[in-house]
Ligand binder design. Sequence first.
Ligand SMILES: [Fe+2]
Ligand SMILES: [Fe+2]
Length: 206
Amino acid sequence: MNNICIENNSDKKYINKNVTLNAESSAEEFHSLIENISLIKEDYILDVEYMICVADIFENEKFNSMDNIIQHGDTTTKMHSIQVSYLSYRICKRMGLDCDSAARSGLLHDFFLYDWHTHSKETGNHFHGFTHPRVALNNANNEFELNDIEQDTILRHMWPLTIIPPMSIEGMVVVYADKVCTILEVCERFKKMIRGRVKWNLVKNW
Ligand SMILES: [Fe+2]
Ligand SMILES: [Fe+2]
């Protein structure tokens, strides 16, 4: 994809010149993806183009270790990252954006490699929400070659909690996908609690 990088004093802005927004069909794609988000858990693996662009990440031992860490509800950090990544990839592909960068940064946006539910007790760091993007970026840079959009997206994905937004549209898509997936994962937990399938516990693994 062709991204133009405009440097403005210390500010960099990325503008994709291939953005061809068909608002109506893009909106339809968003709704159908969100309605069927549970299918992402199986669909991504059948998407050959997606799997090729993220193959090195899926082969990485540290990335796969996120399968042992819970992110929200019953969803592991690895599955949360896959859902964010594939939703972002599909949206960006539909919009003519850099879907590969969206896919890779989506997979690595929460690459902080600890259980955030117990992290503050164990380390005294009560600001996981603010600090984990930097930890994720440092870990990701140690393991993978990342472009500017991918690095910026990982670092800025907690916007608006962290003040500075991502500089690319791809980054904004990942921010959006992360919020959607988080809300759905937490809602799923509440649904199970209401149906009595899991104990009411608003603190642990929400
Ligand atoms: Fe995050
Ligand atoms: Fe996330």
